[in-house]
Design a protein around this ligand. Sequence first.
Ligand SMILES: *Cc1c(COP(=O)(O)O)cnc(C)c1O
Length: 814
Amino acid sequence: MSISLKNIIPVIGAKANIELATGIIDNVSIDSRSQQNNGRTLFFALVGPNHDAHVYINDLITKGVNSFVVNYIPDSINDKANFLVVENTLQALQNFAAYYRSLFNFPVIGITGSNGKTIVKEWLNFLLSPDYNIIRSPKSYNSQVGVPLSVIAINENHNLGIFEAGISTTGEMVYLQKVINPTIGILTNIGTAHDEGFVDISQKIKEKLRLFSDVEILIMNKNKTVQAFLKPEIKTFTWSTHDRNADVFCQIKSFENHSNLNLTYKKLCFSISIPFIDDASIENCMHCVLTMLYMHYNEETIQSRVSELFPVEMRLKVKNGINNCTLIDDSYSSDFQSLKIALDFLENQKQHKKRTLILSDIFQSGLSDEELYSRVSQLIISHKIKRVICIGETIVRYKSKFLNSIAFASTKDFIKAFDSLEFNNETILIKGSRQFEFENIVSLLEEKTHETVLEINLNAISHNLNYFKSKLKPKTKVMVMVKAFGYGSGSFEIAKLLSHHKVDYLGVAFADEGIELRKAGIELPIMVMNPEMTSFSSMIQYNLEPEIYSIRELKAFLKIADQKELVNYPIHIKINTGMNRLGFDTLVIPELVSILKGITSVKIKSILSHLASSDVSSHKEFTLTQISDFERDSSFIMKELKINPIRHICNTSGISNFPDAQYDMVRLGIGLYGVSNDEDEMLLLENVGTLKSVISQIRDINEGQSVGYSRRFIAENKTRVATVPIGYADGISRAWGNGVGYVVVNNQKAPIIGSICMDMLMVDVTGINCTEGTSVVIFGKDPSVVEIAKGIKTIPYEILTSISGRVKRVFYRE
Ligand SMILES: *Cc1c(COP(=O)(O)O)cnc(C)c1O
């Protein structure tokens, strides 16, 4: 990209306030944290329900960015900059992208639908890349923001575009259509996903079809309901498994691990074989086949390429590596766009200073190799990568562009040399395209542990945080409780994500938990709920803020504060309003006030109390009394000491059920992990943790035979029994055994039979398609921890925090 600022002004309809010589823009950014921002960046200050990028403009100016598209010019700008003022920065970004798109005139495939968009896009990229320089949306960048950013990455050398468009409500597709302006349309499975934004299915279909208002051809599964909504001038190219009027008729034969599809198209009859048997994959594959037919590929090419289709892995996975390394596994694609995203992701992984990038040849950049690897080199420098390991015949030739690089012609050569290389205490980004088989490198570098893992979806945490933030008044601060190892999910990873989201406070139960976070580099303010007096000194050393709940504790802290000559050290005063756990009773508060009068060693940063029953509607009166007592006692302290601290009383269900008691801050806990006491609210949250294992052994037993200790299960019929290596020592309650609970194997319920053992449990998999090694879900979306908690008469908190430390936690992003 290379566009002068002057040309952009009319495109986005901006009022310009130009203070610096206007140069050329060669990239666009919306992320203030990106290391890729520079003097040639045009920064669009987007405003969302939970954030406003205008507040980062001064920071960005300091970092050298000087051109901004804004809704308003912020008050206190420290230095000169160019401002393009518009009414809506998101629309300006879309208009800019549509304009940029119009500068190019090659075929563009636009994909929408409810399911399968990303897979179809990735598969088409694989199928067509031998013949085209393709630009495609990175990962699943398909939103109102993601689509323009994807399109803006087009350059002169591309000759085919593949972009996906996702919408969640009406009125959105018009904009995406303008930005993508597809010439070939693909409608994937229309399904039932994201229905909540639409009144009914027909509204959803109509909205999706808007993407195709100007296509030459629309490729789709023949479907009368959908076609009824199509404008007659739109030409379709359809397939079907039952309607012989479709352009391509498809008959399916499925085998154990592949399917044969017999296709009839005009006079042509041929068959293809694909390595999948499920309906969704077959459907996605058919959309690709029709695209290839439309693009005049012959049957031999189609046959040979589709036989090599592969499952699409779209997640950037964070894993524990050998020698205390952290791995970021992106071992399935390597294009310039996704490298940028992965490097920004790496940037947010702050656990190690040292960073290594293992990178394969990059394909389809549309740039000359010289230019491409120069740009890669700049990226790597701006991201402060200590070491680059280049693998591939092309990248090896440009090795000298990278400081401190090691080069190998092939993955095999790297693996041969592996023992002579050192990896320790560093973050390693592994980024390579499929044919380099970097999964072999990942398995060498990965820490070896047993097969049971608790997968933590970091996107779901962000989603849930934003959900609760959207319920708060704009000024209300958020403290997130990460006590008990982040409710069992991993305190450090989660704290790091929360720092990234700029929450205001973290809360832990004990000083040790806070110290661990500090040692890992977490800089957010941290409140310690139950500080033991013996830990005061180290708390001060690590800048942890105590919750003070009694006169005895207050005196002890003041004593140490005096010895250390502290000034204004932040403390938090806890008032007991009915929980009767920790806190000052109303009667003691005058004494508290008299002790603190005139004291300068500490400063009351906040006053808090805790609701005992905010989740139980029948106790509403009680909760309202707690809130009014809090109001009275905190106001008294504030008046007497003439202070104006942060006040907070709401936990998760307090946020949902007592919106008038938000005060200045709320303390979010279980909600972050996707759990709510309210069934409707639960649907709006995303599941965070999925506990998985694999089947160790399968056997068939006959009627009358038993399973497990004390023979608590006796087979009434022939039964297929699978053993799963997870037991009560991993935190699975024995109450969940003996037919009460179940695990999920291949989307089907397998009841737990017999008693749960210390390290294993047995399930009934009769009639379920599985083998030894098949993956098993113990909890996640189904069964949810809420369901398990109900089944064994406890609360979700206990299920989450019981999962033992020996279960490996794996963090990932979609
Ligand atoms: C654990 C805790 C919270 C968070 O509670 P959730 O119900 O998980 O939201 C808030 N405040 C205090 C004092 C806590 O101990």
